[in-house]
Design a protein around this ligand. Sequence first.
Ligand code: KG4
Ligand code: ZN
Length: 377
Amino acid sequence: MSRAVTAFPADPPPQAVPRTVLGIETSCDETAAAVVRLPPGGAVEILSSIVLSQTADHAPYGGVVPEIAARAHVESIDAIVGRALADAGVKPAALDAIAATAGPGLVGGVMVGLSFGKAMALALGKPLIAVNHLEGHAVSARLTAEVPYPFLLLLVSGGHCQLLEVAGIGACRRLGSTIDDAAGEAFDKIGGALGLSYPAGPALERLAAGGDPARFPLPRALAGRAGCDFSFSGLKTAAARLAAGLTDDAGRRDLAAAVQGAIARQLAERTGRAMAIYDAAHGGRDRRLVAAGGVAANGAVRAALATLASARGFAFAVPPLKYCTDNAAMIALAGAERLAAGLTDGLDVAARPRWPLDEAAALARPTHVPGRKGAKA
Ligand code: KG4
Ligand code: ZN
């Protein structure tokens, strides 16, 4: 059956049998594979989850080098998938489907994982599911907690910063998006200006621990402005300028704390506005907020969102740290939910460097100029 993107049921229909799905993730700088089991009506079982980070390969360059990433995926995909199956104690023939990230991301890397998934699906005679990496993040909180659809999602990663209403698998409505940089990009670039190595988010969080967030006043982009879009480029420029003038460690700690506070504050303020839009659409029911993506691993961000959620009467779910950052368990779960809903893909499905979750909104209201690869987010 070919892919359709609208009008799916709010929750996967009941299944007669558990679905055991292999997930493959190669869209950026982690080669990852996982096996997830989705029992009918029961809790998700993560049978294995292997993540091989390429951070050390890219560190000398201060960012991810696409050719190095693609080559590193080619070199390790075989072993990583083998280990995921072995750790799970699942023979390939026992799988119900193969799910692989088909975008968005660095296309050379995406092609490695997707081609590997296609080859396995063809050889085993199993269905292939081409998963949107962002949909993986969207379901990631469902890996370890009961989070029914619908919910409000704050998706904050290295390349994306969006608020979405998630009505079900394959049914996302974009409420807001960054008009310039993603929050993770701001953490990485400002961290770089503070002398931290890429990806700088976790290191900036550690540096901020002893700092005084009040010492450096930073711009508050879009504060109080209608809608729930984000902007981080003004903060990035101001913080990079301040970082260049710093000579002492105490100053670096204070600036890191101020930056982290400013990012957490903006994320919470804009999410608060999205809650009002979500409430209007749901008559005040189904009040659930989910945060996902690498930046949701940040303690200050989690705390700001937890405070907001409790003040507004929303339940709050955020995955454990290892499922916030890129992993294949979330891809396997998105695949299992798609399989349960009857959504599989042909072997001719293409890798997509750009693939917005809400394609209609991305085309109608682009927040970035759509390039020749299509709308960005
Ligand atoms: O979701 P992810 O692993 O990959 C993408 O799909 O982009 O997110 C990576 C991003 C990076 O920008 C990284 O610096 C940021 O998440 N990140 C953090 C933390 N852990 C990861 N940012 C702030 N604090 C953290 N603890
Ligand atoms: Zn990601």
